[in-house]
Design a protein around this ligand. Structure first.
Ligand code: NAD
Ligand code: TYD
Length: 339
């Protein structure tokens, strides 16, 4: 089996590459990544010398490169993680989100159509469903919840989802889609809530909480996402959407306070800052379908996962200090100064 993992130098794709190379030493795993600001070869250090692994630097929206790759490698499966993934960046600069997330997906789908494939898997997000009200804790996203997006990021991911479904119906490309809730764990880029708060707390810097910190996310330990995708590409039904996540809901403030407590830091580091425009209130997944069909359920609950994650950041300071000491400082200044 030969699998192309796009975006494998990023957070979830990197964890997936580690997981798959360990679990299936006989599979050939090819990582295609453009190495944007979010891609990091240090994330691939544990696998880079494995004979079953190959890294190729390239852009999923580069049609010539993608066709050549398909022609040469003849992959069985594509798992598409490659994306611009940060909501705040999509608010300041939507263009690149359209190019990578929509055009990039369409180029991959065209290649699948042209060269043939056993499975194309699209790594989507629960953000395509929009948000749920805080006072309706009885409501959850199911696969039937209408697509209703809020940010340029979620709109671009929803567009990609719709294209994937269109290529299944019109051209019979054998696709699956997963829509996962917020992930956390090792190798998470420090622009996102959990690693940002861990890094700032360790450096005794203010922790910028948007609005009142009452927004709710349904946190999933990244390994559980990898396990779910592995199940879907091997046993999932072609043409189907699977929600991944479930029942690890926390407010942002709860998350931040848990991190401070674990690190023995004071809550006085919390600074309430101007809210994100269009900020989604609550995400919450109903994972009944993937549970019933594929037997998946999260192995790591939040209270354990957050401890493991903090431990990883403490033991791998070099990985994130290299990031936050570089170009990231300009980003941080632009995003948070005078906020
Ligand atoms: P990330 O930003 O950490 O990594 C994205 C990776 O894609 C990087 O390595 C980057 O270099 C690469 N990339 C970007 N543009 C590219 C292009 N044009 N061609 C090739 N590679 C390119 O993102 P992540 O958090 O690991 O998310 C991975 C996928 O999972 C995304 O599709 C995202 O929408 C989805 N997702 C993320 C979450 C989450 O909580 N992080 C939740 C649900 C779904
Ligand atoms: P984020 O990690 O960006 O993921 P998403 O917006 O895709 O859910 O943010 C998670 C939550 O944390 C979201 O409600 C916004 C909030 N947040 C802050 O309060 N402060 C921050 O500095 C960041 C990055 C996020």
């Amino acid at each position: 089996m030969k699998i192309i993992v796009t975006g494998g130098a990023g957070f979830i794709g990197g964890n997936f590459v580690h997981y798959m190379t360990n679990k299936y030493p006989d599979y050939k795993i090819i990582c295609l990544d453009a190495l944007t600001y979010a891609g990091n070869m240090e994330t691939l250090e544990p696998v880079i010398n494995k004979p079953s692994f190959k890294f190729i630097k390239g852009d999923i929206a580069d049609r010539e490169l993608i066709y050549k790759l398909f022609e040469e490698e003849k992959p069985d499966v594509i798992v598409n993680f490659a994306a611009e993934s940060h909501v705040d960046r999509s608010i300041t600069n939507p263009d690149i989100f359209l190019r990578t997330n929509i055009i990039g997906t369409s180029v991959l789908l065209d290649a699948c159509r042209k060269y043939g494939i056993k499975r194309y898997h699209q790594v989507s997000t629960d953000e395509v469903y929009g948000d749920l009200p805080l006072d309706r804790t009885d409501l959850f996203f199911t696969e039937e919840t209408p697509i209703h997006t809020s940010s340029p990021y979620s709109a671009s991911k929803a567009s990609a989802d719709l294209l994937v479904q269109a290529y299944y119906r019109t051209f019979k490309v054998p696709v699956t889609i997963s829509r996962c809730s917020n992930n956390y764990g090792p190798y998470h880029f420090p622009e996102k809530l959990i690693p940002l708060m861990i890094a700032n707390a360790l450096n005794d810097k203010e922790l910028p909480v948007y609005g009142k910190g009452e927004n709710v996310r349904d946190w999933l330990y990244v390994e559980d996402h990898c396990i779910a995708i592995d199940l879907i590409i091997h046993k999932g039904r072609v043409g189907e959407v699977y929600n991944i996540g479930g029942h690890n809901e926390r407010t942002n403030l709860e998350v931040v306070k848990t991190i401070l407590k674990e690190l023995g830091k004071s809550e006085s580091l919390i600074k309430y800052v101007t809210d994100r425009p269009g900020h989604d209130m609550r995400y919450a997944i109903d994972p009944t379908k993937i549970h019933n069909e594929l037997g998946w359920e999260p192995k790591t609950l939040f209270d354990e996962g957050i401890k493991k994650t903090i431990k990883w950041y403490l033991e791998n300071k070099k990985w994130w200090e290299n990031i936050i000491s570089g170009e990231y400082q300009n980003y941080y200044e632009k995003m948070y100064a005078n906020r």
